[in-house]
Design a protein. Structure first.
Length: 85
């Protein structure tokens, strides 16, 4: 492979890893009011927490749209806006 393909692979791999880590962190934070999993000081002092969470917030509408399209193929006729998240 050429150098451009290798660099593109590195960038894509890094973004993919950040997205996966961000989604897993977001799932853990859904339990935050009941259980403190990640402390406020840890979030504040983390170098990557805010960038990763901003990537997840950017991708969230796209992932939700993909989920509703997939769900509509499996269960046609349901209104995705009627589903509460």
């Amino acid at each position: 492979l050429g150098i451009f393909n290798k660099l593109a692979g590195v960038v894509f791999g890094a973004l993919k890893s950040a997205l996966i880590i961000g989604i897993l962190t977001g799932l853990l934070l859904r339990f935050e009011p009941a259980i403190t999993i990640i402390g406020d000081g840890t979030k504040k002092n983390s170098v990557l927490y805010q960038p990763i969470m901003s990537i997840v917030q950017t991708c969230k509408p796209i992932l939700q749209d993909m989920y509703y399209q997939f769900k509509d193929k499996i269960e046609p006729g349901e209104d995705p806006d009627a589903v509460t998240t």
